[in-house]
Design a protein around this ligand. Structure first.
Ligand code: ZN
Length: 309
């Protein structure tokens, strides 16, 4: 079977919070089967846990924030993206602040931490959501949709009225390798005028050239430049992979986004939960002895996921 996965042992790290600019200590620990990802606010007493799931998303302005019963955890998407990229199903994340450290603005530091610790397969199969009918949502010019596909594929298009960003498009068939090679190092980006506006209002105080690509009206102002010419669209893919993780299981289908973001990604997932005719949940067998149990249309998908076992 394609099994649930956690990390091997507990690991500690720290970084600064994007909003406060203050140091945040974080630990990531193994968790039992079927738990999913749970955040624990160590700076709060009682009622301090919150699960990484769609129904707990309380805000999608600038970042994805989880919130319920007075407990919030902000900027979860890059860490969740790393969990998704590495195929992690279960983990417990403890932090001593309301926000996940921003690190270098990408998911690469989290991927490095997780890979260093190593993974442990668990003795229960993982669920997958198979998209069976197209479903889409839109918001102004933005659009996000799922259509059926034998594999998890992503097509993302952005179109910014800026001479460096402009139109960028990226297509990928998801696998741990492609995520690690193409996506996880893409940093978040912002425009200098927005950064100045936010910081004048006491927001994004931790935001700097160390954790974001910043653009003035003409160019990237970071001395080191871009990590790749399409870093902008790749970061949007990184964000979307983190947002989709809130569904609680990997998707088998094609995610197509045009000018989307956290808000629209979240809207699509909420629509998906309502439209139960558009999907089914499955588990898959793997290996010679269970070959017959695998839907033939899934072979392309398995060619990609087999390497993670
Ligand atoms: Zn991001």
């Amino acid at each position: 079977m394609y099994l649930q996965k956690t990390i091997r042992t507990k690991v500690n790290c720290h970084g600064i919070g994007l909003h406060t600019g203050r140091k945040v200590r974080m630990s990531i620990a193994p968790a039992p089967v079927d738990q999913g990802v749970i955040f624990v606010r160590k700076d709060m007493n009682g009622n301090n846990t919150i699960k990484a799931e769609l129904t707990n998303v309380s805000d999608t302005t600038l970042a994805t924030t989880l919130g319920t019963n007075g407990t919030t955890v902000s900027t979860v998407e890059h860490l969740l993206s790393a969990f998704s990229g590495m195929g992690i199903s279960n983990a417990t994340v403890e932090i001593d602040s309301f926000e996940i450290p921003i690190m270098d603005g990408s998911a690469l530091p989290f991927v490095d931490i997780l890979k260093n610790i190593g993974f442990a397969f668990q003795d229960k199969p993982r669920n997958f959501m198979v998209i069976e009918k197209p479903i889409s949502v839109s918001d102004g010019e933005g659009e996000a949709m799922f259509v059926p596909s034998p594999e998890f594929t992503i097509t993302y298009d952005i179109d910014f009225n800026h001479p460096v960003v402009k139109k960028q498009s990226f297509h990928m068939t998801f696998s741990n390798d492609v995520y690690e090679r193409e996506i996880c190092a893409a940093r978040t980006f912002g425009f200098l005028r927005d950064v100045e506006y936010l910081q004048a209002r006491g927001l994004a105080l931790g935001g700097s050239l160390k954790n974001a690509v910043v653009l003035d009206d003409e160019k990237v102002i970071n001395k080191e430049g871009l990590r790749c010419s399409d870093e902008f669209v790749k970061h949007k893919v990184l964000d979307a992979i983190g947002d989709l993780y809130l569904l609680g299981m990997p998707i088998i289908g094609h995610f197509i986004a045009y000018k989307s973001g956290h808000k629209l990604n979240n809207l699509l997932l909420r629509e998906l939960l309502v439209r139960k005719d558009c999907w089914r949940i499955v588990q898959y067998s793997i290996g010679d002895q269970q070959e017959e149990a695998v839907d033939p249309s899934m072979h392309a998908f398995w060619a990609n996921v087999a390497s993670v076992r």
